[in-house]
Design a protein around this ligand. Sequence first.
Ligand SMILES: [Zn+2]
Length: 60
Amino acid sequence: MGKKEKEFIVCPVCGSTDMCWLLGGKLGDQYKCIKCNYEGIAVKGNVQFAKEVRRKENIG
Ligand SMILES: [Zn+2]
């Protein structure tokens, strides 16, 4: 509490934070991942979260 961590837009597929905003709509903001070309809803998280997504990707 009180400690505000910076949030990033994270790709749910590859864990990259290189997301660019495409459009906003009823379903929410849509993003495109520069790394894997995923398009859709992005996840918000901190650096640690992004690392965890990447780690899962490596194992899977
Ligand atoms: Zn991606």
